[in-house]
Design a protein around this ligand. Structure first.
Ligand code: HEC
Ligand code: HEC
Ligand code: HEC
Ligand code: HEC
Ligand code: HEC
Length: 494
């Protein structure tokens, strides 16, 4: 059997083109089976190996298949003889013998074609499946997706596949994404992509097909207490706290004044923005059943137009997964979590200086952060910090990790490259719409008073419990229900 197959292959190896075809096809096939075995046994899991076995090998296999007839054609032209003559010369007479059902050559080719189709089909299916794996999306194009891959692994969605948000369900989504993916492979190969990758991502699937498969928009209710700890630049890095009770309900029915109202089943908020960048709004309109009202930007000429977008989760949660940190906030948070030792003098000031002194690349930063931090404490605070060597050493490690997590020089991603639309830092986020410029027909703006979206439990106070110190305060900020206070105490004691 094997001898016959070998002779058959030899018959196809008419000249170097045909031989190359045979060698390519056979070795791609054998290698594929081999790699697949290694992968099934769990010996290799690397994305590049997957990329080679699912894209390159079937490609080489096809190329080989195409070369064989080309080789034959050249061979036939070169010899100037008829196909029948050449066939009987190159192949076993046995294989050519006509049987009742036709020549065996035809049968052999038919069987081999079937094997090819099965092989390519199985390879293709495995490839599509593999391309859905986050490790493929995150690492196959090497540095292109590096920032997103790193931030993804450190996010609440680290167990959600990239395609769960970026592709969505159904055949149409799949085809769209693969076509898009082809372009991405081309641009990654020829270095045509922008750095950092620009946002907003216009091809993101609608949130109804992605986020809403797991989060149910009408089911948000109650409030969420969130504490924002800050540390000072003084010797003690004195803490101060702002604590908010965010009104995260969806305000369904007649109830109003809640954050997820925009995406509740009954409501639709649409808008157009300058250059479709979703930063400066041209107009915003609300549809609610038969009701309809519209706000226009009084600072913008109304001739300006932009694509109309229906607001969804991503208009606020644009950083639900790829969360890049601001250096100062990141340090505040690490101190708050106890990862940095507050007994180090001028901890906040020196940590921030070491972290942000402008390094050329990650290697320079790794060395630079160590030199800066250990240097300053050895030079200026030697006596006081002799006993704190271990804490300083830990701090070096924490800061180096912070740098690696957030800064990706190869993609021009430096500190905090993308705006976060969840709050209103720098006047962006919610204030893109909730501001005095967007007004309705009566000149009334979209509301923006400071307690529309949150109550203040404390503001820049020495303790997040500030409201407890003024329990009988009559100010609106402090007037909260007892259950809210309990909820806050529970969350603060966690
Ligand atoms: C939970 C949903 C979710 C998952 C999972 C997810 N992403 Fe994203 N991704 C988003 C959203 C939302 C945006 C921001 C869109 C915007 O700003 O317009 C985004 C943006 C991006 C961008 C554009 C640059 C940027 O940082 O905004 C890239 C590239 C990207 N994602 C790649 C990935 C890769 C690779 C994975 C898997 C390793 C992944 N994403 C997993 C939701 C997700
Ligand atoms: C496959 C399911 C799934 C999908 C799809 C998904 N999420 Fe989530 N999301 C989760 C889970 C599970 C958590 C809770 C994680 C935890 O508690 O650590 C979560 C948490 C969150 C949180 C809270 C994060 C925090 O810091 O507390 C937000 C906000 C969020 N998701 C928004 C989104 C948005 C926006 C999308 C679409 C772009 C999305 N999710 C898509 C499963 C999903
Ligand atoms: C694209 C524009 C837009 C953005 C961005 C936006 N909103 Fe709104 N929001 C509106 C509009 C329009 C209304 C309805 C105002 C009205 O008719 O009174 C509204 C209403 C609200 C309400 C009151 C809901 C109710 O029941 O009346 C809250 C609370 C709210 N938004 C919170 C937020 C928060 C928090 C953010 C940022 C995380 C935000 N919004 C971002 C457009 C926006
Ligand atoms: C108008 C802006 C806005 C829109 C639109 C929006 N969210 Fe939110 N969402 C917020 C804010 C603000 C919070 C408060 C929590 C925070 O700041 O981390 C929040 C909190 C959450 C949380 C955490 C809730 C908790 O109990 O802690 C989840 C999950 C979430 N959103 C998912 C979604 C999903 C899914 C959608 C789309 C259906 C969506 N959000 C649409 C602004 C928005
Ligand atoms: C349209 C809704 C909305 C309005 C109006 C609003 N806020 Fe906020 N604010 C938010 C949300 C949402 C967050 C939470 C951001 C986050 O989770 O990071 C926030 C966070 C904050 C924080 C903590 C932020 C930080 O990073 O330290 C402060 C302080 C604050 N708001 C003050 C104000 C003041 C003052 C006003 C009135 C001028 C105001 N807010 C009006 C939605 C709003």
């Amino acid at each position: 059997m094997f001898r016959k197959y070998r002779r058959f292959l030899k018959g196809l190896s008419t000249n170097w083109v045909g031989t190359a075809g045979v060698v390519l096809t056979t070795s791609a096939f054998v290698l594929f089976i081999f790699m697949e075995a290694l992968r099934l046994l769990g010996i290799v899991t690397n994305a590049y190996v997957g990329l080679i076995s699912y894209m390159v090998l079937p490609g080489l296999f096809l190329l080989g298949l195409a070369l064989i007839p080309v080789g034959w054609w050249i061979y036939r032209k070169g010899t100037g003889r008829s196909t029948a003559e050449l066939l009987s010369e190159r192949f076993d007479p046995e294989i050519l013998q006509p049987k009742a059902t036709g020549s065996r050559l035809v049968a052999t080719i038919a069987v081999l074609t079937l094997v090819n189709v099965l092989f390519l089909g199985a390879g293709g299916a495995r490839m599509l499946h593999f391309m859905d794996e986050p490790v493929f999306c995150g690492t196959a194009c090497h540095r292109v997706m590096h920032p997103e891959w790193i931030t993804y692994q450190d996010s609440p969605h680290a167990r959600v596949k990239c395609v769960g948000c970026h592709v969505g369900e159904g055949a149409e989504a799949l085809v769209d994404a693969k076509l898009n993916g082809l372009w991405q492979i081309v641009s990654a190969t020829f270095d045509l992509y922008e750095r950092p990758i620009p946002t907003p991502v216009h091809q993101l699937r609608p949130a109804r097909e992605t986020c809403e498969k797991c989060h149910w928009p009408d089911k948000f209710h109650g409030s969420r207490v969130k504490t924002f700890p800050r540390f000072g630049f003084d010797r003690e890095s004195t803490p101060s706290y702002t604590a908010l009770s965010l009104k995260i309900g969806s305000g369904t029915g007649e109830q109003r004044g809640e954050i997820h109202w925009h995406v509740a089943e009954a409501n639709e908020v649409r808008y157009a923005s300058r250059n479709d960048e979703r930063e400066t709004m041209l107009w915003v309109e609300v549809r609610k059943g038969d009701d309809f009202w519209r706000f226009t930007n009084r600072k913008i000429e109304q001739e300006e137009t932009g694509a109309v977008r229906t607001m969804d989760c991503v208009d606020c949660h644009n950083r639900a997964t790829h969360v890049y940190e601001d250096p100062e906030r990141a340090i505040d948070e690490r101190i708050h979590r106890g990862e940095l030792d507050l007994s180090i003098p001028y901890l906040k000031r020196e940590a921030l200086a070491a972290l942000t002194s402008g390094y050329a690349d990650t290697a320079a930063a790794t060395a630079g952060i160590r030199n800066a931090l250990t240097g300053v404490y050895a030079r200026r605070f030697r006596a006081e910090t002799a006993a704190l060597q271990e804490s300083i050493e830990d701090a070096v490690g924490v800061l180096q990790a912070l740098y690696r997590r957030n800064v990706h020089p190869l993609m021009n991603v430096s500190w905090n490259p993308y705006p976060d639309h969840r709050g209103h830092r720098g006047g962006s986020g919610c204030f893109r719409c909730h501001n005095p410029d967007l007004v309705d027909a009566y000149g009334e703006p979209i509301p923006y008073d400071c307690t529309l979206c949150h109550s203040f439990l404390s503001y820049d106070s020495s303790a997040p419990f500030a409201f407890l110190e003024a329990p009988d305060s009559t100010s609106a900020d402090f007037s909260m229900h007892a259950y809210l206070r309990d909820e806050f105490l529970r969350s603060a004691s966690r």
